[in-house]
Write a protein that binds this ligand. Structure first.
Ligand code: C2E
Ligand code: CA
Ligand code: CA
Ligand code: CA
Length: 279
């Protein structure tokens, strides 16, 4: 029995060891990726539901280890937050976006607004947010073309801090979106207290709206409240043409999702834009 016990322990130990090793390995590789800037941005169109025109794009990060497949954010953003290196990733994204916008000034992608996901951890750090704004300033990019997407978690801290940072961003003409709305500590009260431009309804609501009257009712009331507060509403994760039409009828301004376009690289985005003009 003792032997068996030892074996079992051994087994468990091996699994645990593997888990720890994989994690340590990912951590080490992530540090190196930051050093080597092994990240690329994909861009997903946001569409004006009334006109069908491109309104802007969301920048979505991918980790590109040399000679290997892309790693999606779900595979490393949480880890980066946990080990305290998310701000370095955010800096890389902001820098790349500013470079892209500058690059795009000549061609088909000129003047397209780009939104950036800002982790709640970064948003809570005033010094870091100031550094970001300084960086953006120094890049000389037209700040009207920049938007930050914040989750509800970012807002659910010290309201004075939140108000201050948001008003500083607005002073720089950077737009503000509330991302994944409805999944966090949802509260309409901060929407009226803060200078927010867009509310993005989380894709979980959109994806359950088909054949589900309750989901549709929740979506409709989120749209109504947001509109009454003067916010623009974005529905994310739209995969179905009927849902897009329905959302448009409900008064939702913008839509994002596979039904319009998947996140894609810069070249594909350029083709998308050119095709749109040809239509
Ligand atoms: P998010 O900000 O909610 O971004 C939307 C996610 O939904 C993206 O996944 C996008 O590819 C996916 N999506 C878009 N349309 C559809 C659709 O029609 N159906 C479905 N099922 N999914 C759709 P992605 O690119 O894997 O990003 C996942 C999350 O990682 C993002 O969620 C965001 O929270 C985070 N993230 C991405 N880029 C960054 C970044 O640069 N910085 C930070 N801090 N987080 C990022
Ligand atoms: Ca987002
Ligand atoms: Ca979202
Ligand atoms: Ca999300």
């Amino acid at each position: 029995a003792k032997r068996k016990g030892k074996n079992t322990y051994c087994c468990f130990n091996t699994e645990l060891e593997e888990y720890v090793m994989t994690r340590v390995n990912t951590e080490t590789r992530l540090y190196e990726a930051i050093r080597k800037q092994d990240f690329v941005l994909h861009f997903q169109p946001k569409i004006d539901l009334q006109s069908g025109w491109l309104h802007g794009v969301e920048a979505l990060i991918r980790w590109q280890p040399e000679g290997q497949k892309l790693i999606y954010p779900d595979g490393f953003i949480a880890l980066a937050e946990e080990i305290g290196i998310i701000s370095q990733i955010t800096e890389i994204v902001v820098r790349q976006v500013c470079e892209k916008i500058a690059c795009w000034q000549q061609g088909a992608l000129a003047g397209i607004p780009v939104s950036i996901n800002i982790s709640a951890i970064d948003f809570s750090n005033s010094a870091f947010m100031n550094r970001l704004m300084q960086m953006i300033n120094e890049s000389g990019v037209d700040t009207h073309l920049l938007e930050f997407e914040l989750t509800e978690t970012a807002l659910f801290t010290d309201l004075e801090h939140v108000r201050k940072v948001i008003s500083e961003l607005k002073a720089y003409s950077i737009g503000i979106s509330i991302d994944d709305f409805g999944t966090g500590y949802s509260s309409f009260s901060y929407l009226q207290q803060l200078d927010i431009d867009y509310l993005k309804i989380d894709k979980s609501f959109i994806q359950s709206m088909k054949n589900n009257e309750k989901s549709s009712a929740i979506i409709k009331s989120m749209i109504d409240v947001a509109r009454n507060l003067g916010l623009k509403v974005v529905a994310e994760g739209i995969e179905d043409e009927n849902d897009a039409q329905m959302l448009c009828l409900m008064g939702c301004h913008l839509g994002q999702g596979y039904v319009f376009a998947k996140p894609c690289d810069e070249k594909q985005l350029e083709m998308y834009v050119k095709n749109q003009f040809r239509r």
